[in-house]
Design a protein around this ligand. Structure first.
Ligand code: NAD
Length: 477
């Protein structure tokens, strides 16, 4: 694979205090479908981060005293700007992340939708006591400056859970996208310069050092972080020094349990896309598929057929449904797991290691037949298009194996009998459990991880309140 530089690569600028900030230096952003440079992103200096934090702090009191109706209007205006520029933003997402353009278009539309729905949420006031003696209320006040740190799998989508709620609650924001996928966020910052008061949304990008600077910055009041569990631990440790508030949305190793009574024809395709959507690079994708022995062979055969027929390729090409792995680091992680499976003699039902070095970071969807439960491909989060199919005879055994993980993000149960599935679902240790569907998210529904999959929730009113502190005000009559 070669990394060549296109001379015409577009440069994008960081947004700090409502204006473009010249980059002291830049780094190349790579299209994973071609391994070519598609843009240059600024490498934020410490002084520039300080300036972004100072701008956000200056802007925050004025933003917080706006009537909430005004902030709701701003959220809707941001959504309009996103809609008006959806084509450009979606193309950037495909170029920097790899996913098919239709999926990127849906992701950008989703951000607008989330902003509008978030704008309609309430910041409740609880009346604790209201009598002749005193009136006591508890209200939700903003935290101050929020840092939104996002991963590379959904460069725009991940902002859905952070930008709108943080702003509605009266905070100002510093967006720090993944080093691998900074372009769409930089462009969004540029588009918002004329829309929002200066300093309300700042966008900074940089290489590996920037994240730790952000999480340890004393001028930031809240870190809303989505990424790996390993980084999440570091974020929490860094935030500890100033008791900075954190919400952590982290890794997962989500099980799906398929009971013997399912309609195989109906569920096989759903199970396939539940694992291989976005080339498996979804936190809530199925990472371990537990199939009852009665349906194992038939579902495996259907999924192999789907895997062999699906078009994998450059997300800009018509008809492509699965794009490349998003970056070299993740490609190497997935290839390492594939090598481990090969070396241990696991049954590769379809896919496997690529035979030659392609121009882009492509892997065919891979199904691994009933590897041992302690195999790395079962125990580790693959975050790529590789799925172990695991046979079970007794649902008790499937529940025990599903729960035997340090993670607890999502899970699903599949059955023709929703009540039977629900009884199983309620015993799974996961922040979200679906019955007969998967990955359905809504701006009105909170999600978050149990165990090492996270701290706190995003979305819905509970997600909004994570961007606030509770303040009790008491008036003695
Ligand atoms: P990552 O942890 O490597 O990076 C996430 C973000 O943190 C990026 O912006 C990165 O630049 C930044 N970062 C890196 N090191 C940092 C540090 N020491 N301090 C502060 N910030 C730092 O994760 P990734 O590879 O971008 O994303 C994949 C992971 O994210 C997977 O584990 C996946 O499960 C998880 N994820 C979780 C959710 C969820 O909602 N729970 C959603 C999407 C992805």
């Amino acid at each position: 694979m070669s990394t060549t530089t296109q001379t015409a690569a577009t440069a994008y600028s960081m947004t700090i205090d409502g204006v473009a900030v010249p980059a002291a230096s830049t780094y190349p952003v790579i299209d994973p479908a071609t391994c070519r440079v598609v843009g240059e992103a600024p490498d934020c200096t410490r002084e520039q981060l300080d300036a972004a934090v100072a701008a956000a702090r200056r802007a925050q009191p004025g933003w917080a005293v706006l009537p909430v109706a005004d902030r709701r209007r701003y959220l809707r205006t941001i959504a309009e700007v996103i809609d008006a520029n959806a084509g450009e933003l979606a193309r950037l997402v495909t170029l920097e992340q790899g996913k098919p353009l239709a999926a990127a278009t849906g992701e950008v539309a989703g951000l607008g939708h989330w902003l509008r729905e978030t704008a309609a949420l309430d910041l409740p006031v609880t009346v604790n006591q209201d009598d002749a003696e005193r009136r006591s209320i508890t209200r939700h006040v903003p935290l101050g400056v929020v840092a939104a740190i996002t991963p590379w799998n959904y460069p725009m989508g991940q902002l859905s859970f952070k930008l709108g709620p943080a702003l509605l609650a009266g905070n100002t924001v510093i967006v720090k996208p993944s080093t691998f996928t900074p372009l769409s966020a930089l462009r969004l910052g540029e588009l918002l310069r004329d829309v929002l008061p200066a300093g309300v949304v700042n966008v900074v990008t940089g290489a590996d050092g920037l994240g730790p600077w952000v999480t340890r910055h004393p001028g930031i009041d809240k870190i809303s972080f989505t990424g790996s569990t390993r980084t999440g631990r570091d974020v929490m440790a860094g935030a500890g020094a100033s008791l900075t508030r954190v919400t952590l949305e982290l890794g997962g190793n989500d099980p799906a349990i398929v009971l013997p009574d399912v309609d195989v024809d109906q569920v096989a395709e759903q199970l396939f896309w539940g694992a291989f959507g976005n080339a498996g690079q979804i936190c809530l994708a199925t990472k371990r598929l537990y199939l009852h022995a009665d349906v194992y062979d038939r579902i495996a055969a259907r999924m192999v057929d789907l895997a062999e027929r699906v078009t994998v390729g450059n997300g800009l090409d018509e008809g492509v449904l699965i794009g490349p792995i998003s970056n070299r680091r993740q490609y190497d992680t997935v290839v390492d797991l594939l090598r481990d499976s090969r070396d241990r003699g696991h049954e590769i039902l379809t896919g496997g290691l690529p035979e030659d070095e392609p121009d882009g970071l492509f892997l065919r969807p891979t199904l691994i037949g009933d590897p041992p439960e302690n195999a790395r491909i079962v125990q580790e989060e693959q975050f790529g298009p590789v799925l172990p199919l695991l046979r079970f005879h007794d649902v008790e055994d499937a529940v025990a194996r599903a729960n035997a993980s340090e993670y607890g993000l999502g899970a699903s149960v599949w059955s023709a009998d929703p009540d039977a599935a629900l009884a199983v679902a309620e015993r799974l240790q996961a922040g979200t459990v679906w019955v007969n569907e998967i990955m359905h998210l809504s701006p009105l529904v909170p999600f978050g991880g149990l165990k090492q999959s996270g701290v706190g929730v995003e979305s819905g009113q509970a997600g909004l309140l994570e961007f606030t502190e509770r303040q009790t005000v008491t008036v003695r009559r």
